[in-house]
Design a protein around this ligand. Sequence first.
Ligand code: ADP
Length: 415
Amino acid sequence: MSLRGLFGNKGASAPVVGNASGGVMGAINPAADQAAMAGMVLATIDDGVIVINSANVITLINPAAVQMIGCEASENALGLEYLAIMRFETGEGMPVDAPQNKIVGAVAARQYFTTREYVLVNMQNQRIPISLTVLPTASGDTVMIFRNITKELEEEGAQMEFVSTASHEMRTPVASIEGYLGLALNPQTATIDDRARKYLEEAHASSQHLGRLFQDLLDVTKLDDKKIRLHMVPVDMVETVRSIAEGQAPAMGAKNLKYSFGSGEDTRDTIGQQVYGLVDIDFLREILNNLLENAIKYTPSGGAVWVNVRGDGDRVLINVTDTGIGISPEDLGHIFQKFYRVDNSETREIGGTGLGLYLVKSRVEAMNGKVWAESAFGDGSTFYISLPRLTLEEYERQKQVLQNTQMMGQQAMAA
Ligand code: ADP
């Protein structure tokens, strides 16, 4: 069926209602009218739509899809397998072939899937960044809807550039304000009365908050823009997590929180287990510090914080658990969103930017991991991080590779 034809004939198939004098001009056929309308919508929308059958063969294609795929006419696409006329690449120009291609995976598994990860390479060899959705239907067909997002990406890029430049530029004066307020509050460098001290302490705390916000914003733009290069190194996860978490022990002590590392009462399980992983140490440090700072912030004095690492099949599972205020089920689904802050009587007085957990999620996912939380409101929270695990052999081999690369780098520098 030619959709252009349908579109062209819309006058003939448009619903017929009574004429000016109330006389009926033709019979009303709601089903036919609906089909014609659907055809008209498909023919006019800017989104590309194709329908493929269970053999991956295109059975319907709308004009926007014809144009994006660059096949000139729907007849040139109908009856062909979709992968014969649609190729996909990553944003960096690497071809994504069948086993790695998540679109192909979703079509084969008949799963709903949506992505902005790929660039469509069309029949004219043009590269079009797209947003694509795979929608399996009850009839066994699959609908694929895609949209050119070039303009969207440019706008997002410009927005990100602005936020990044603005936060970068604003960090310097804020650091200077914070520094001078610190000097004003220091009895060795300034003399102030008690009232002034109270005001300056408030200003100092706010300037620290602002500095943190700019730093978080800068990190968010860098991560969203995938500007940060990861340096993945093989590590002993137990020792690495233990030493990072240890860094927060003084802050926990200062708030009178009981801190433990290992599997609860009996630490032998963790210590006895070999758990290795491939991580970016700076990312892991930021992630754990963020989770621990939250655990400290949201746990009243006298509570407890527990960190553990264990191997779970081919994953490393880290948990940061606290006995704090907890998170309600309604909020739990949102806490990893950008700028999401829980607003209730417990949290209102506690400062934050709402970017911490978004950054945690971005960093964990950049290392091919997953993060999630479990919590009972009023009864504490557990944040889990699952990362790919290395076997001892893989760990040794990766360490050797790293040493060789470092040695080659040193030799190149010396030459
Ligand atoms: P914030 O800067 O507000 O702490 P985050 O992104 O780190 O932002 O966290 C989002 C929200 O999730 C917080 O506002 C807080 O309400 C909730 N939250 C995070 N960690 C915990 C925790 N350990 N216990 C209770 N609530 C938490």
